[in-house]
Ligand binder design. Structure first.
Ligand code: HEM
Length: 540
């Protein structure tokens, strides 16, 4: 009681009046005015915003709210979307220099990414921050993007590349991932599953893209300079997204700070290793060419290098034959696939392990597939082939459900070229940054129903037991429209390969007491990893 009276006195005007009269020296007076402003700002804040998700402070606006919530930015976007609304126009954090249109309304997202695609581009700041990717598909613009996208679409849809993706993924899963898990289970040791998936995704991507193994999944958990360089480069790109572009560009020009130096070092290693892969490939292809009958292409780089001149855009022919083009393309696919797949698999396993009834249904589905094929007892570990994947309806639904709650790319930025109006009536001015939160979109009751926070693969399946096309059209985690993810099918093939083999052959148990939270980053990894124990499982 006494305590609360002191607090009341501290917040009362009389208290300051008394102090000012007693202490009339100018410096004391100035100090008191400052203290007065501070205390009344705090008081005003508590009176107006104690229970609100965003506070509006004098002068600095909403910047303190952003700083206070930066560590949990994605969950904060969910609270903002629920508390204030799904679309908000906001001044940027750096003293109002940039205007931002934030949205998690699926109709607005479709408008930006598909219907009015040509009016919303990636923005110069985004492509500048990703300068390490050069002119790869993710960062290319205008006619060079159109030409590359056409080539990539044909390539990824070809029978050859589909077969490369499955067979390389299977090779790494069955010759490296399963033996590693078996080793861990025999040792009864604990492992960070996210690290295992990052290694799997890297090893598989290197195999698919360059046709070589990195042995990153061997039981000694070896370091890998190339993988580390890619990780460092991604970290720097993330920091760059947090700062106004003029700030990091100045740091880079003046060579100040360790961050940009880290990128320089990583860049050198990445360039060196990819140049080596390209040189080896050119030699292999030259040797193959002298043989009577050349084999089919064995990796993505070879497929790209073998594209006939007539199949390329005439204007861009010279550009699409250079080592620089192959380097940018390979690096873009590597960076586009590694963290996205590893993050998706980590969240999927966490959700599966927290929901034993879902795991039981996945096992039941896999058991039926095994029974259909074999009359005799199957060999251990059981492996599933490409045809089996078409029958994994429930597993596919569970992966979609996991990506709804934990999209690997939780938020994507765009910039408007001309003035525009969203379907919900929001006016977007030319030059505005548009932020689309897939993370918040997947957690809105008005989009997914009251059970939106529950993990329910059933919502993706229609009464006839097939994937429901209407619900499938709501899957935004791979983005929408002409610039959606080119690796979506590849991602599902690899995720189903790993999930089916691991769930059928191993019992995974999450260690108690872990804090599983997403990183406040453009890639939705788990901040502290996912520590698990693994035991072999024999499904009866
Ligand atoms: C679970 C896995 C994956 C998820 C959730 C995912 C998500 C996305 C998203 C949201 C975008 C749009 C980014 C933007 O507009 O800024 C995108 C683009 C892209 N993704 Fe993926 N991705 C996945 C796997 C892959 C894989 C395996 C590859 C390998 C080839 C890949 C390559 C790309 C490329 C090259 C683009 C740029 C396409 C363009 O701009 O035309 N992704 N992805």
């Amino acid at each position: 009681m006494v305590h609360s009276n002191y607090i009341q006195l501290f917040f009362s005007f009389d208290f300051y009046k008394y102090l000012v009269i007693k202490n009339c020296r100018p410096e004391t007076y100035n100090l008191l005015v400052l203290l007065f402003c501070l205390v009344f700002s705090v008081r005003w804040y508590f009176m107006h915003y104690k229970n609100k998700v965003v506070a509006e402070w004098p002068i600095v606006g909403r910047l303190p709210s952003l700083i206070l919530n930066a560590h949990r930015i994605h969950d904060w976007t969910v609270e903002i979307s629920r508390g204030i609304g799904p679309t908000i126009i906001e001044r940027g954090p750096f003293f109002g220099r940039v205007e931002i249109a934030y949205t998690c309304n699926p109709r607005n997202a479709k408008h930006v990414l598909s219907a009015h695609f040509s009016n919303f581009h990636k923005g110069q700041d985004y492509t500048d921050a990703l300068d390490i990717l050069g002119d790869g598909l993710l960062t290319a613009t205008s006619s060079f993007w159109v030409a590359q996208r056409r080539t990539a679409r044909i390539t990824f849809n070809s029978k050859t590349v589909r077969s490369i993706i499955f067979h390389k993924g299977e090779l790494v899963a069955h010759h490296a991932l399963l033996p590693l898990l078996s080793h861990i289970s025999k040792e009864s040791s604990v492992v960070d599953l996210q690290d295992v998936f990052l290694r799997y995704a890297f090893d598989t991507s290197v195999n698919i893209i360059f046709g070589q193994s990195s042995n990153f999944l061997s039981t000694s958990f070896p370091p890998n300079e190339f993988a580390k360089a890619i990780e460092d480069a991604q970290e720097v790109v993330f920091y760059r997204h947090l700062l106004p572009s003029s700030w990091w560009k100045l740091l880079r020009r003046l060579k100040i700070g360790s961050i940009e130096r880290k990128l320089d070092a990583a860049w050198k290693i990445i360039d060196r290793d990819i140049a080596e892969y390209i040189a080896v490939k050119r030699e292999d292809m030259a040797a193959k060419g002298t043989k009577e009958e050349a084999d089919e292409e064995s990796d993505l780089l070879e497929v790209y290098m073998s594209i006939k001149d007539g199949e390329k855009d005439e204007l861009l022919l010279s550009k699409m034959c250079s080592d620089k083009f192959f380097r940018d393309t390979a690096l873009t696919f590597l960076i586009g696939s590694r963290d996205t797949i590893a993050s998706a698999l980590s969240w999927f396993f966490w959700l599966i392990l927290k929901n034993p009834s879902v795991e039981a249904k996945v096992i039941e589905e896999l058991k039926l597939i095994v029974q259909k094929k074999n009359t005799m007892a199957p060999k251990h570990p059981v492996v599933f082939d490409a045809d089996d994947q078409t029958e994994m309806v429930y597993l596919h639904a569970a992966l979609c459900e996991s990506l709804r709650l934990y999209p690997s790319a939780p938020i994507i930025p765009k910039t408007s070229i001309d003035d525009d109006v969203f379907p919900d009536g929001t006016v977007v001015k030319s030059g505005m940054m548009v932020l689309i939160s897939f993370y918040a979109m997947g957690r809105m009751e008005w989009v997914w129903g009251e059970d939106c926070l529950e993990f329910k693969p059933e919502r993706w399946i229609s009464e006839d037991g097939k994937l429901n096309p209407e619900v499938m059209s709501k899957l935004v985690s791979f983005s929408l429209g002409p610039r959606n993810c080119i690796g979506k099918d590849m991602a599902f093939v690899l995720m189903k390969l790993v999930a089916s083999a691991m769930i059928y052959n191993f019992h995974v148990e999450v260690l108690e007491g872990q804090k599983i939270v997403p990183t406040p980053s453009i890639m939705l990894k788990m901040m502290n990893g996912l520590m698990v124990r693994v035991r072999e499982r024999v499904v009866q």
